[in-house]
Write a protein that binds this ligand. Structure first.
Ligand code: GLP
Length: 249
């Protein structure tokens, strides 16, 4: 199902409300969370809404999608740092319920196995929030990732290194590898919300719309999911065919 809104603000308000409604209905929910610039206004809206709509988050559990290899939790570009800065410093989930892949794990392969197992042992994700890379990646699952994958190490594509390099003051500091939940981990979530905004996402959203389920476009795996909402602003939806827009707005 597509939900298309005029502005980023509208997209963020809608997405934040979906997350808060989930928490209200399921205080013990297992949430899959995402990073990236798309999610910043979503988390900001959640925090804003929580000022008027207090919620008990003490029983929530979260698993983030991915993390760079080689960055500590204190590194300002690590996803661990991002999540604390944009959400967890104010959204007081007990720290032991917050999970991110460990980019400094001594045994990375073991850490990957343990991450997927930890999700499964809690009964899987109740809701997974996703952004999308300009090459169609979800998490850090780059094109040609196997759709049966679990949490694993990836070498970042050149496109991703260019896209995400903008966050690093020195491009050479941009990691070459990351840990990401696998596509199968994501697909096993009971509910998925994918959010894309702005002109950088126009082309990939049109490609995704037209694509078959194909490992060349990781996000196309989501077309197999029975409870998917794709939330777009006008700009990200700009190249969807007219008939699609008419039917979804
Ligand atoms: C990174 C993250 C993805 C995210 C993507 C989009 O690569 N690993 O999970 O979806 O960026 O980021 P942005 O929202 O900044 O466009």
């Amino acid at each position: 199902m597509y939900k298309i809104f005029e502005t980023v603000d509208d997209v963020s308000r809608y997405t934040a409300q979906r997350l808060l409604a989930k928490i209200q209905a399921m205080p013990r929910a297992i949430l899959g969370l995402a990073t990236g610039s798309t999610m910043e206004p979503v988390y900001a809206k959640m925090l804003q809404d929580l000022q008027h709509q207090p919620l008990d988050v003490s029983q929530l559990t979260t698993f983030n999608l991915d993390e760079y290899i080689g960055l500590s939790a204190q590194h300002p570009q690590s996803y661990n740092y991002y999540m604390h800065q944009h959400l967890f410093n104010q959204f007081k989930i007990p720290e032991h319920n917050v999970h991110l892949p460990d980019g400094l794990a001594a045994d990375i392969e073991q850490a990957c196995l343990a991450y997927s197992s930890a999700i499964q042992s809690r009964g899987g994700l109740d809701l997974q929030l996703l952004g999308i890379g300009s090459n169609g990646h979800i998490g850090f699952n780059e094109p040609q990732t196997c759709f049966n994958s679990r949490t694993h190490v990836v070498e970042l594509s050149e496109q991703t290194r260019i896209d995400n390099g903008r966050f690093f003051s020195d491009q050479n500091e941009m990691p070459t590898h990351a840990i990401t939940m696998g596509i199968l981990d994501i697909l096993e979530a009971k509910e998925i919300i994918l959010v894309a905004t702005g002109p950088n996402k126009t082309d990939i959203m049109a490609q995704l719309f037209h694509s078959a389920v194909d490992e060349a476009l990781p996000a196309s795996a989501l077309k197999q999911h029975s409870n998917l909402t794709i939330v777009l602003d006008r700009e990200a939806a700009a190249a969807l065919p007219e008939h699609a827009l008419n039917s979804v707005i």
